[in-house]
Ligand binder design. Structure first.
Ligand code: SAM
Ligand code: SF4
Length: 499
């Protein structure tokens, strides 16, 4: 056990009570009112088709839906109406983000954790887990291994532990950004261009440290919005046991200058998944109210088997069809928000979700600590947080998507051009960002094909690039020459060109 594990770490030492209280209502309650959400779900359980079509029109106009409207969509069972919802979801995604899936890969940096979440292999109570925290050198090597596989976007993931506090996170981001790998062409250098972070809630001072280190999206999953389930899953004597500290973490993030946040629910923790969808949408509306900036992404992790966890290893009632419908309603409910479906899910389910407008998927994923640089294959339950459902390599996933006519994007332009926060909200809602998404997808995909793909993969993917270029020429004839000029420079070996 490392020395630091004995340092004081408890709700009393970590949580700043005043940094919760300032974000609560005048009645001292947080903004998730379980009984009201349940009542809204019940009151909207029999919507007629005309109302659903009105709601779909609102989604297509890229407007955030009200709680009652989300509840009505969640109540739809009629196959014809569900098909209309799926078509609208696809149209919404194309209007906001165009025809691309952004890809990334997680880097698990440490499995040490002081919390005892009942569903997680990293729980302090799980003595079977073989724990590891990467050193800065190891993080650099892990980044190099990911870069060699073709990754440009990394999701850095940490347990909650004094060893991996804000300073450690900031240093680890520098180690990842600092990793450089020679490319295929003489003189070419590849690197990670964007790092998102999935870590525990922090106080405002620590969030400022992480912000200044150059994070993309700051992700914290609420796991469950249901206060009672939350208390049952997270022991009260742990930091994570404080619902208020977690639910207010994005308010603190915005006050610390982070304007790009990612929400998530761990589906399967409790049977009432419709409540979780409705509550996550309420969280998004609360952020819109608070700063006028909603979440950049929704994540929909689903509980999978995990070392030492009775909860995670029990059979869940949450089915693939429930998952699909949750994603469908989220796509429509907050139309400008990106939607991430991770490799926790099978290829079959992820393919279904691509057709209803998800925007990001990881690939070639390893969640064992140091797994990329070790060249590990397969999965070992006692060396990772949970088990994965999709083990495709990055290249396999890209080729599969291309066969479905979908382009993979490695774009990191928005964050590097300052298109975040309030600025990106407007661009997303008006469809302007979709133009950048389309063009930058083509530029970054060309780069990736030339630097990493096999001749066979290039052959499958080339028609997608050609059809995207033809669409850009048709939609933006005046702008097209500039796009084509950058595309040609990339073909000639220049790198990192974007709009
Ligand atoms: N430790 C930080 C925290 O809990 O916020 C962040 C990292 S945690 C490693 C990332 C996420 O993994 C959690 O927020 C949770 O949603 C998810 N997770 C935990 N146990 C899981 C399981 N058994 N199956 C799938 N996802 C799980
Ligand atoms: Fe720790 Fe996060 Fe796992 Fe909970 S979910 S035990 S906080 S790593």
């Amino acid at each position: 056990m490392p020395e630091t594990e004995r340092s004081p770490f408890s709700p009393e030492t970590v949580i700043k009570r005043d940094e919760i209280d300032r974000y609560l209502g005048s009645d001292g309650r947080d903004f998730i009112h379980d009984a009201d959400i349940r009542a809204e779900l019940a009151a909207n359980s029999r919507p007629d088709a005309a109302r659903i079509r009105d709601i779909l029109a609102k989604s297509l106009a890229i407007q955030t839906l009200s709680g009652a409207e989300v509840a009505a969509l969640l109540a739809v069972d009629d196959p014809e109406l569900l098909a209309e919802m799926a078509q609208t979801a696809w149209d919404v995604k194309h209007k906001v983000y165009d025809n691309r899936i952004v890809t990334f890969a997680p880097m698990y940096i440490s499995s040490f954790c002081m919390n005892r979440c009942r569903y997680c292999g990293f729980s302090l109570d799980n003595h079977r887990e073989k724990r590891r925290c990467l050193s800065m050198e190891e993080i650099g090597r892990e980044a190099e291994a990911m870069i060699r596989l073709g990754h440009k976007r990394v999701m850095a993931v940490y347990g909650e532990h004094p060893m991996t506090g804000a300073r450690f996170i900031a240093d680890s981001l520098a180690a990842i950004y600092g990793a450089k790998v020679p490319g295929r062409r003489p003189g070419a250098v590849n690197c990670v261009r964007r790092i998102n972070v999935n870590a525990a809630p922090m106080d405002i001072a620590d969030l400022k440290i992480v912000h200044e280190a150059g994070i993309g999206t700051f992700q914290v999953f609420q796991e469950t919005y249901d206060h009672e389930t939350y208390a049952a899953m997270h022991p009260a004597d742990t930091v994570k046991g404080d619902y208020g500290w977690r639910i207010t973490c994005f308010h603190r993030a915005f006050d610390a200058g982070i304007d790009d946040v990612g929400l998530g629910v761990l589906f399967g923790l409790q049977p009432n998944w419709k409540f979780e969808v409705a509550a996550m949408c309420a969280h998004a509306r609360e952020l819109e109210r608070f700063v006028g900036i909603g979440p950049h992404t929704f994540s929909v992790p689903r509980m999978h088997a995990a070392s030492g966890s009775d909860v995670a290893n029990a059979k869940s009632t949450f089915t693939d069809d429930d998952f699909f419908k949750a994603v469908l309603v989220l796509r429509l409910a907050v139309p400008y928000t990106g939607l991430i479906v991770t490799a926790r899910e099978t290829k079959k389910l992820r393919d279904r979700c691509v057709k209803i407008g998800i925007t990001q998927m990881d690939a070639g994923t390893r969640i064992d600590i140091g797994g990329y640089s070790a060249g590990n294959v397969g999965q070992k339950i006692d060396e990772q947080q949970f088990m994965l459902g999709d083990s495709r390599s990055l290249e396999e996933m890209i080729v599969d998507l291309a066969r479905q006519g979908v382009i993979t994007s490695f774009c990191t332009a928005g964050y590097r051009c300052g298109r975040t926060g309030g600025c990106i909200m407007d661009a997303l809602k008006t469809g302007k960002e979709g133009t950048f998404c389309k063009i930058n997808a083509v530029l970054t995909f060309r780069e990736w094909l030339d630097d990493f793909a096999s001749p066979e993969s290039i052959a499958v993917c080339t028609p997608v690039i050609e059809s995207e270029l033809a669409a850009i020429k048709e939609q933006y004839p005046l702008f097209f020459p500039q796009v084509k000029a950058r595309y040609d420079r990339i073909c000639a070996g220049e790198r990192d060109l974007y709009f």
